[in-house]
Design a protein around this ligand. Structure first.
Ligand code: MLT
Ligand code: MN
Ligand code: ZN
Length: 299
């Protein structure tokens, strides 16, 4: 299985347009030797010919252009055979509206995420320009999708609805999923959980059986935005388990048997983005990598 990270950042990207936090400021000034990051999206393929996008970020156009494997091979063509959404957050779904140039799209999502994106959304009409422009397929626990040599299954991950749908009722299991992707020929397994408020027993078992895990690396600390004076929500209120601390994911996932363990959906405030920070050194010492745009994993 080929895995290409198109975007490794959380919503807003790195740097974020309205952010003057130390990371964003130092990246702009050149004081921080790091690379800018676009918003989270990953392409996976069993054969290098047909690709499945995990999430559709607002930067999807430049992400596709940055990756030759995703370029058309004919006058009207795309090697992208399907797009899978892990939740309805705009950093994961807004890019769909950019793919409006009259091309048939196959989109996998939970019923809850499909409805959240399509209902009462006048802009969605841009993907209804001809009958059959979008084919929605459900990816729910127990309903694996068979896609070009990849089997794609879903596991509920503790999460919440997107911010623009908060207040419409409580969270439901279909709001947020992780993906379990298996290469049918080689048997290699990817566990893709870019947003998770906690690690469930089923998630832990899936990570132990995986060859590679991508996990929620949004915040290092629960009070990261508060401490920087940038917001009033703790990581948990945004349904992101922090990486550090005694209850963080480094602790919760200590001893996970997957040989590759990679943090993705990293917020621009996260000290993991500073190559020599104590937090980065600690995560790497515990066997974790931090995703970056252009990262490739070959399982
Ligand atoms: C999140 O990951 O918490 C969301 O992307 C936040 C947002 O939509 O701004
Ligand atoms: Mn996000
Ligand atoms: Zn910032």
């Amino acid at each position: 299985m080929l895995i290409k990270v198109l975007g490794a950042a959380a919503g807003g990207g790195f740097p974020q347009w309205n952010c003057g936090c130390p990371n964003c400021r130092d990246l702009r000034s050149g004081a921080l030797a790091a690379q800018p990051l676009t918003q989270e999206s990953v392409a996976v393929s069993a054969d290098g010919e047909r690709w499945v996008l995990l999430n559709a970020s607002p930067e999807i156009r430049s992400q596709i252009e940055s990756c030759p494997a995703l370029h058309p091979r004919g006058p009207r063509h795309s090697p992208i055979s399907a797009i899978v959404l892990t939740n309805g957050d705009l950093d994961h779904s807004l890019g769909l509206l950019s793919l409006r140039e009259s091309h048939p799209l196959m989109i996998y999502a939970t019923e809850r995420v499909r409805r959240g994106f399509t209902e009462r959304n006048v802009l969605y009409r841009t993907l209804e320009r001809f009958p059959g422009q979008v084919t929605w397929r459900t990816v729910e626990p127990g309903e694996d999708a068979d896609l070009g040599g990849l089997s794609i299954g879903a596991l509920p991950a503790p999460g919440k609805p997107p911010i623009h749908l908060e207040g419409n009722g409580p969270s439901e299991p279909g709001d947020n999923i992780g993906l379990l992707i298996r290469d049918q020929r080689r048997g290699k397994r990817l566990a893709y959980f870019s947003a998770a408020a906690a690690v469930t027993v089923s998630m832990r078992a899936a990570f132990d059986a995986a060859d590679c895990v991508f996990f929620d690396g949004t915040f290092w600390a629960s009070d990261e935005l508060i401490a920087l004076g940038l917001g009033d929500k703790r990581a948990e209120q945004m349904a992101h388990l922090p990486v550090g601390g005694k209850d963080g994911s480094l602790q919760a996932l200590a001893g996970v048997r997957a040989p590759r363990r990679i943090y993705i959906h990293v917020n621009n405030t996260n000290p993991l983005l500073r190559p020599r920070s104590p937090e980065r050194v600690q995560a790497e010492a515990e066997g974790w990598e931090v995703a970056y745009d252009g990262m490739e994993v070959d399982l």
